[in-house]
Design a protein around this ligand. Structure first.
Ligand code: GTP
Ligand code: IMP
Ligand code: MG
Length: 340
């Protein structure tokens, strides 16, 4: 049995969706459990030629052998939850997607507060999805839980019991974190952060797994850095420079243009330390080194890319086990066997 956690290493949008697709397709975990803040997240999943944008459902949904669970720490917007059940209907997600009965619920008023607040919407640049105000109500102990609302009654379960029982029975559990290290309420660029810690330890707590049961923490980094919303960004470059490098990105949830910067080794080191990384997944290598587009074997990477990978490993002491060279599942170099 293996219990792995996948986390974003920077300010979100590191390509977690692609990594999760690859890992779940290959490893076929029995449970895929979503951790993290809530539907402020946007994960892009490309599978068999179709592209999906997800906010709450675990990104490994296409593996129909898994139960898809949402941990108690995650905020649920019932409208988004129901929408995704229909949207992903062809993968039979109904009947295997459940939220913990203790998930806090985002109500209309939370979204209104998030959007109407100059501080949250403008100064922080929040996603307007109601996550901050709902977490504030949770801390004030006035928020509704999934067990309190009729809409969720057919979709609730006890996530920690399911997850720990699966591990007791030698089954594999994959925990998907959302957002990224730089957005952590504790360790990120406060106050320009999200409304909760977003490191591996909190993701384990979100789904009710104790730290002693975690085997692997896979931290995902893009080969350059992006950030949406306000806040410090040490390696940021201008839009013109980014365009010259062929880099232009827009957020999945808000459609806002992402700020772009170069790879930041200090951030990467700190992120690996606080997450307790055991492996690094490196995405979008092809966008910085076009010669390695769709390369599937390590030996075929250019000397420059190998140098980049070695430098990351040298600086962090963590092995780079997944290298993504394109959006498709096959555009992945998997070095995990070399760890054995
Ligand atoms: P997370 O929030 O971390 O899941 O990232 P995201 O899914 O929000 O990232 P984004 O919305 O920027 O989507 C990434 C896009 O790039 C998707 O269409 C992916 O299929 C694609 N992608 C992922 N990895 C790679 C890669 O290694 N190379 C290229 N060229 N594209 C990739
Ligand atoms: P909130 O989480 O909506 O309150 O937004 C707070 C900050 O976190 C803003 O800068 C958002 O852009 C950022 N943020 C929240 N979730 C994500 C995510 O999944 N990807 C990237 N940025 C995010
Ligand atoms: Mg995203």
């Amino acid at each position: 049995m293996t219990c792995s956690i996948l986390v974003g290493g920077a300010w979100g949008d590191e390509g977690k969706g692609k990594c999760i697709t690859y890992l779940c397709y290959n490893d076929k975990p029995d449970i895929i459990a979503r951790a993290g803040v809530g539907p402020n997240a946007g994960h892009s999943v490309e599978f068999q030629g179709d592209k999906y944008a997800l906010r709450l459902t675990p990104s490994g949904f296409f593996y129909t052998g898994a139960r898809l669970l949402i941990g108690a720490g995650v905020l649920v917007d019932p409208g988004i939850f129901m929408h995704e059940l229909d949207y992903l209907n062809r993968y039979n997600v109904k009947g295997r997607t459940f939220a913990d009965y203790r998930c806090a619920i985002i109500e209309e008023k939370h979204k209104e507060q998030d959007k109407a607040s100059d501080y949250l919407a403008k100064k922080i640049g929040s996603t307007g999805t109601g996550c901050g105000p709902a977490n504030a109500d949770r801390v004030n102990r006035i928020v509704k839980l999934a067990r309190d609302i009729d809409e969720m009654k057919d979709y609730i379960t006890d996530v920690p019991h399911e997850v720990n029982e699966a591990l007791d029975n030698d089954r594999d559990v994959f925990i998907e974190g959302s957002q990224g290290f730089g957005l952590s309420l504790y360790y990120g660029t406060y106050p320009f952060v999200t409304s909760k810690d977003t490191t591996a330890s909190t993701f384990a707590a979100d789904v009710g797994v104790g730290p002693t049961r975690i085997d692997d923490v896979i931290v995902v980094f893009k080969s350059y850095i992006t950030r949406v919303g306000e806040g410090p960004f040490k390696t940021e470059i201008s839009q013109e420079e980014a365009e010259k490098m062929g880099l232009e990105e827009y957020g999945t949830v808000t459609g806002r243009r992402r700020r772009i910067g170069t790879f930041d080794m200090d951030l990467v080191r700190e992120s690996c330390m606080i997450n307790g990384a055991t492996q690094i997944a490196l995405t979008c290598v092809d966008k910085i080194y076009p010669e390695c587009e769709r390369v599937k074997e390590y030996s075929k990477l250019s000397a420059e890319v190998k140098k980049f990978v070695n430098e990351i490993e040298g600086e962090t002491g963590v092995p780079v086990t997944i290298i993504s060279t394109g959006p498709d599942l096959e555009d992945t170099i998997d070095l995990r066997n070399e760890l054995l």
